[in-house]
Ligand binder design. Structure first.
Ligand code: UD1
Ligand code: CA
Length: 459
């Protein structure tokens, strides 16, 4: 029978010093508790219940529409056992194992949860417990065992004797219970230093009920890293980035100075991608085989097909770059910028809702907004589409093999037909027919001898 997972996340998170509920703090672009939720489902959970307190409405809204995910509110934080008890109404009919994790430890692995369930079932136990050995166990609950190594219980730091405090085996706060847990939770009391209902008290209660206890030791102490402060959030981010980079390099990605690459878990990379130092890859960015991204480029929700190239310091947002196309250095591709095969965008060129056809070029200092540029057209330096009249946006349509001379303003709506030629410095506000030359500027006048006369050397 499939298991359910309960994530305890009602704690206040005061040390974050933030208006945002702790569990919603972004970790590589994804809310903290989102990691626990995804891990829970990836472990095979059929239902996931998150116990929330502070900022409940905001947390709910963030995950709206997520299937088989439930939220319950713990109005008062009376302890971890009390928190778990809040999930009972949602799981009353659930017969399978119930895994419990903590909402602020995002690095817990899928295999760890699945391993606990398997250990409990294999040993016919009523409960399974994860354990870890730490050089410095300060702050954690300590695991108590008898001479035979049987687990007797857990004692919290606050309640521990000096001898107990010396125990290095700790409780990471990840458990698996059978469905008798609800009835057993009623027997947990709060006679302890914190005056709280302690979840680890269930260890003793299961033992007293004569049920077997399974335990699994995790060697990956990194899994335990919790987020209580901004510094810990940064530390967890560092660990997660390290995992992601190592994983992508294993799959054939080349990273130069990998410790400087920022990459979110939603990003997808193909083999032979090259990332130069300081690259930032966010959201649903996807890079095809052999794509190269230059130093300090920032790509958000951007697709670059095989063999595309993004040069250094380029910023892309919801852009699409086809095979063999390139952008940068110092280019800006804003939402719906689309480069067809072999198109080229050079330095200080900005595109927004603009499509560059095959092998079309905009090499320097241009703005193309709400524009369509046909194949093999050339956009000169300083060309601007005047697409906004202060109220509405208008479209510029440029055909194939059009040459737009430098420093021209294309006042939209306007269309330049195939093979037309715009003289440099033109202000174009009328359509240009096929094969035509358009010049729209003041004619030049040269006044002979002007400088000599000015100096009084005139005849
Ligand atoms: C808990 C364990 C401790 C273990 C440690 C591992 C207890 C009593 N102690 O201690 O043995 O070593 O985790 O990190 O369980 N929460 C609620 N409602 C509450 C209280 C807590 O939802 O009323 C949530 C918190 O948001 C947090 C989790 O439960 O995600 C753990 O609570 P916390 O107060 O951090 O427990 P610890 O003192 O760390
Ligand atoms: Ca904690």
């Amino acid at each position: 029978m499939a298991h359910a997972v309960v994530i305890l996340a009602a704690g206040l998170g005061t040390r974050m010093k933030s208006k945002l509920p702790k569990v919603l703090h972004p970790l590589l672009g994804k809310p903290l508790v989102g990691y626990c939720i995804d891990t829970a489902f990836a472990s095979g959970a059929e239902k996931v219940v998150v116990v929330i307190g502070h900022g409940a409405e905001q947390v709910r809204q963030t995950f709206e529409g997520y299937p088989n995910l439930h939220f319950v509110v713990q109005e008062q934080q009376l302890g971890t056992a009390h928190a778990l008890a809040q999930a009972q109404p949602v799981l009353a009919d659930h017969q399978g194992p119930i895994v419990v994790t903590q909402g602020d430890t995002p690095l817990t692995r899928v295999e760890t949860l699945a391993g606990l369930v398997a250990a409990m079932q294999a040993e016919g136990a009523g409960m399974a417990l994860l354990t870890m050995r730490l050089d410095d166990p300060t702050g954690y609950g300590r695991i108590l065992r008898d001479e035979q190594g049987q687990i007797l219980g857990n004692v919290e730091q606050k309640d521990a004797t000096p001898e107990q405090q010396a125990i290095r085996e700790i409780n990471p706060g990840v458990y698996c219970f059978d469905s008798s847990v609800w009835e057993k939770l009623q027997r947990v009391e709060n006679h302890n230093a914190a005056g709280e209902y302690y979840l680890p008290d269930l260890i003793r209660i299961y033992r007293e009920a004569g049920q077997k206890l399974a335990s699994v030791e995790s060697k990956d102490t990194g899994e335990l890293l919790g987020v209580n402060s901004r510094a810990q959030l940064a530390e967890v981010e560092r660990v997660l980035l390290q995992r992601l980079r190592a994983d992508w390099m294993n799959r054939g990605v080349r990273m130069i100075q990998p410790e400087t690459t920022y990459i979110e878990p939603s990003v997808e990379l193909a083999p032979d991608v090259t990332l130069w130092p300081g690259v930032i890859l966010r959201g649903k960015t996807r890079l095809g085989e052999g794509v190269e991204v230059g130093a300090y480029a920032v790509l958000t929700d951007t697709v670059v097909e095989a063999g595309g190239k993004i040069k250094s310091h380029t910023v892309c947002d919801e852009a699409y770059v086809s095979s063999g196309a390139d952008a940068g250095p110092f280019a800006r591709l804003r939402p719906k910028a689309y480069l067809e095969e072999g198109a080229h965008v050079g330095n200080f060129v900005e595109l927004k809702n603009a499509r560059l056809g095959k092998r079309a070029k905009a090499g320097h200092l241009a703005y193309l907004g709400d524009a369509e540029v046909g194949e093999e057209s050339n956009i000169g330096a300083g060309v601007i589409t005047a697409n906004y009249d202060g109220q509405r946006k208008h479209k510029t349509t440029i055909g194939k093999r059009v040459f737009v001379g430098s420093n021209s303003v294309l006042i939209a709506p306007v269309a330049l037909a195939d093979d037309s030629f715009i003289a440099g410095g033109s202000s174009i506000n009328q359509d240009v027919p096929e094969e035509a030359l358009a010049i729209a500027r003041e004619r030049q006048r040269n006044i002979e001898g002007y400088m000599k006369r000015k100096r009084g050397e005139g005849s």
